[in-house]
Design a protein around this ligand. Structure first.
Ligand code: ITT
Length: 200
């Protein structure tokens, strides 16, 4: 029997955030998917749903040829009714991690990090998600990662994401879970070429 190598998959990942691209690329490359970062800030609509924001970002990248991946992530804090959520980038620029900690002073610390990834693949538009529950730390800890990593402690861990190596963060993270879903969907689409779109 002739043994065939699995087809080589390749995606352009469009983002303004180099650290995010590096995380996604490392994770997907380990699964045999080549990732080419395209550094660009895509317009984001005002929406309450990460999935809609990710979808709109993908539409805004219509000039990027071939298979294209974008994602939108957010930190949803229970005691703040899900804030900063879809406003996480704005809250990070304005309040910063210190401002978030001040808002949470005296409140329960439960939170969830979520990613919605939107993929354009052979004319289809797919939206896949990943999430991780955790807690907001009392003070920033660690120097790895980016954004809210110093204050997010994933469930079952004592260390913040910023105290973990990239492989450790990727064994648990919202982004890695969304990228794992992207990889599975790609394999399904390759096995059974799809038509139409799936936005879920
Ligand atoms: P894009 O160009 O891809 O939109 P961005 O940095 O604006 O890049 P998001 O809107 O998805 O990305 O991110 C919202 C905010 O959440 C932003 O301040 C990020 O730094 C932060 N963030 C996203 N993923 C994170 C992660 O894995 N760990 C810590 N902070 C994260």
């Amino acid at each position: 029997m002739v043994k065939r190598d699995p087809p080589r998959l390749s995606l352009s990942f469009v983002t303004s955030n180099a650290a995010k691209a590096a995380e996604a690329a490392t994770f997907l490359q380990a699964l045999g998917i080549e990732v080419h970062p395209v550094v660009r800030r895509l317009p984001e609509p005002q929406s309450e749903r990460l999935e809609e924001v990710a979808s709109a970002k993908l539409d805004a990248a219509s000039d990027v040829p071939g298979a294209v991946l974008v994602e939108d992530s957010g930190l949803f804090v229970d005691a703040l009714g899900g804030f900063p959520g879809v406003y996480s980038a704005y809250a990070f620029r304005t309040l910063g991690v210190a401002g978030l900690l001040r808002l949470l002073d005296g409140y329960p610390r439960g939170a969830e990090f979520r990613t919605a990834a939107a993929l354009r693949w052979r004319g289809t538009h797919q939206v896949l998600t990943g999430a991780v529950r955790g807690e907001i730390a009392r003070e920033p800890r660690g120097t790895n990662g980016f954004g809210y990593d110093p204050v997010f402690v994933p469930e079952g861990e004592r260390r913040s994401f910023a105290e973990m190596t990239l492989p450790e963060k990727s064994s648990l993270s919202h982004r890695a879970r969304a990228m794992a879903a992207v990889s599975s969907r790609l394999r399904e689409l390759l096995a059974r070429p799809a038509s139409g779109s799936s936005k879920k």
